[in-house]
Write a protein that binds this ligand. Structure first.
Ligand code: 8YV
Length: 313
């Protein structure tokens, strides 16, 4: 029997590519050039499986006349895939939950620490040759110990972030859409969570439901000493309101790893000193990226072997 034809839309860690190329008729993307919408639609109608990432928009048109029977998403978030269209076309979609939990929680802590301790500002100052030398009132930030972290979305990554923040002496409040058990104190409304927290970290998936969830009202509730951190999806924050809030001191600072229209980062944000900006590094460790790729490969093996793959979305 001919081996299934699979397409990797981006360059993956070499251990994953070697495995997939060994088992499948695999098309790799050695140049790692992002594919356009039209190219993706064509690929969906040519291959048996398309292995995509957050940089690929698989809209309804991509599923029209699709030959691909499975889409393997290298990542946990699937807001770039039209899941309804996939379901209607009978295309299985799998993702990579769990393996990137620790890496993403570590990055949330990185942003919390960097924003609270003004590490980005300090680094920029030093690199620009503007460090005036040590002085008692230089770049005074905020410590974490004894402060309150509010978690929006108490799933795997929210919990892992809470666990780490506790080790820094933080109290944990959390808000979750559905009922769940978790350490820390559950808060019924987002307004209450923002009001009572010193730092808020976002851990909800991107979706129509969470789009613009964090608006100016919530930032006002967080207040002029508050810090907002986002390792989830850019769409969860009203970016225009955030720029205003940072500019006016409605909140003290922010740490962002994700943006509404990646890789575009609003000029207005880039011009602000009280925001730490990272280029979507949440899961960016070699071991995590390898585990993500291997998880997609396992799902493909199950699927083409006639079994139901794990992690169907
Ligand atoms: C991934 C992420 O690296 O898994 C996710 O949803 O946001 C990232 O950590 C990225 O999505 C790869 O597709």
């Amino acid at each position: 029997m001919a081996r299934p034809r699979i397409l990797l839309t981006r360059k993956w860690p070499s251990a994953c590519e070697s495995r997939l190329a060994g088992d499948y008729e695999a098309s790799l993307n050695a140049d790692d050039r992002p594919m356009g919408a039209e190219e993706l639609r064509t690929a969906m109608a040519e291959y048996d499986a398309v292995l995509c990432t957050v940089t690929d928009r698989l809209d309804a048109a991509a599923f029209e006349g699709a030959t691909a029977r499975i889409v393997g998403n290298f990542g946990v978030g699937v807001d770039h895939i039209d899941l309804e269209a996939a379901r209607a076309a009978g295309v299985t979609v799998v993702n990579t939950p769990g393996v990137l939990t620790d890496a993403t929680a570590e990055l949330a802590m990185t942003l919390i620490l960097m924003a609270a301790r003004r590490a980005g500002e300090g680094e920029r100052e030093l690199r620009a040759g503007h460090w005036p030398g040590w002085h008692p009132t230089h770049l005074l930030g905020r410590g974490l110990s004894g402060r309150t972290l509010g978690i929006v979305g108490m799933g795997r990554i929210g919990r892992a972030t809470a666990e780490r923040a506790r080790a820094f002496g933080m109290e944990i409040l959390w808000w979750n859409r559905s009922d769940t058990e978790a350490p820390g104190t559950r808060v019924e409304t987002l307004a209450d969570l923002f009001e009572r927290s010193d730092v808020v970290s976002l851990h909800v998936p991107g979706s129509g439901e969470t789009s613009g969830l964090v608006d100016l009202d919530l930032m006002e509730a967080l207040g002029p000493e508050g810090i907002l951190v986002n390792t989830a999806r850019g769409s969860v924050i009203d970016e225009t309101a955030l720029v205003e809030a940072l500019r006016r001191g409605t909140i003290a600072g922010a740490g962002l790893d994700v943006y509404a229209r990646e890789p575009e980062v609003p000029e207005a944000l880039r011009g602000l000193d009280n925001v730490v900006l990272l280029p979507h590094l949440g899961s960016a460790t070699l071991e995590t990226r390898e585990a993500m790729g291997m998880m997609v490969a396992d799902a493909l093996d199950a699927f083409f072997g006639g079994d139901t793959p794990d992690n169907r979305v």
